[in-house]
Design a protein around this ligand. Structure first.
Ligand code: ASN
Length: 328
């Protein structure tokens, strides 16, 4: 998942999610209902990946190398957390992108990880409804896969999830007023090019697009971090975001860059500190970073879309709304 541009940063009438101990009985019932949808989603998705031959890796919290989250047109990181341990500086995980490219190249050709992503967003993002400063990402990667392989896999996973949830969790979806609104009937999903959307709608294209679409929709060719594949001749990016109707981005991914010279050139161009990516650069130089493709699903966002949560903090038992520090 990317920290994508948010067009909706002005304060809107939106209830900021409260900690559990401050909820009324009615609010606690709703919390519990969203919790059941969360449990179903996690169980359904992890099952989907395991039956399709993906190995389930455990997450890490501290590493020297983590996602630079740069360049990203919508990045709004207030603070990067770095701590010294054993005389070395480590960073809290912002995403496990670097780990999964290396893991998929070397030992686990098809993998997925449910990992905590810590992104200390600016406090003004409290009211976007789409940002929290800790979230869980279902990150997956497949050696030798193409973008289209991954897009078809995601379409299958999302359609399957919505279909079985309507069957098994229909009562909860009705309680949340979401049963009829959730529709995934078309396959493959419609696809738009970000450059064309920008031409047509300007920089606010995401809000316009999600206001118009009725079903999940892909946006491709989005300029992003060094690890997404860029064709240096055409300037096109082989990447994709999944947009949900009336909601926004819930997944981002790409075919990956695995050539040493290209990674280096992009890091230079983008002022990314190469010393923080020494291992992936070394492996790429040795030809040990393999062609892979994958994506990451923001769990709170996909459940937010399914349940119609106004703020993704509502899907978290212990909300992490930007600007607020909680006891739990
Ligand atoms: N997980 C995303 C990907 O697979 C990266 C991210 O979260 N920034 O591309």
């Amino acid at each position: 998942m990317k920290t994508e541009q948010t067009t909706n940063e002005s304060p809107i009438a939106l209830d900021i999610p409260k900690p559990l101990d401050q909820l009324s009985d009615v609010e606690l019932d709703r919390k519990s209902c969203i919790g059941r949808v969360m449990t179903y989603t996690l169980s359904n998705m992890t099952n989907y990946f395991t039956v399709n031959g993906f190995q389930w890796l455990l997450p890490v919290a501290l590493s020297r190398s983590t996602d630079p989250l740069w360049p990203d047109p919508g990045a709004s990181i207030d603070k990067r957390i770095e701590v010294d341990i054993y005389g070395e500086t480590v960073r809290t995980t912002s995403s496990m992108i670097v780990h999964k490219l290396i893991a998929s190249s070397l030992a686990y050709p098809k993998l997925f990880i449910l990992s905590p992503n810590i992104r200390i967003e600016k406090a003004e993002r409290a009211r976007t409804g789409r940002h929290v400063y800790e979230f869980t990402q279902l990150d997956f990667e497949a050696r030798g896969a193409t973008s289209s392989d991954i897009m078809r896999l995601v379409e299958d996973a999302v359609s399957g999830l919505v279909e079985s949830l309507k069957k098994d969790g229909g009562e909860d979806l009705r309680l949340l007023g979401r049963y009829d609104a959730l529709k995934v009937t078309k396959r493959p999903f419609a696809t738009y090019d970000a450059a064309k959307l920008e031409e047509e709608y300007g920089s606010d294209w995401e809000a316009k697009l999600v206001g118009e679409i009725k079903e999940p929709t892909w946006v491709i060719n989005i300029p992003r971090e060094f690890y997404d594949f860029e064709d240096f001749d055409s300037g096109r990016w082989d990447n994709y975001d999944l947009m949900m109707p009336g909601y926004g981005e819930v997944l981002s991914g790409s075919r990956r860059e695995c050539e040493y010279e290209k990674m280096l050139a992009k890091m230079d161009r983008e002022n990314v500190r190469k010393e923080n990516f020494a291992l992936i650069l070394k492996l790429a130089k040795e030809g040990r970073v393999k062609p892979t493709a994958g994506a990451g699903i923001g769990i709170e966002r996909i459940v937010g879309w399914i349940t119609g949560a106004k703020h993704i903090g509502e899907t978290q038992p212990f909300p992490k709304v930007p600007g607020t520090v909680y006891e739990l």
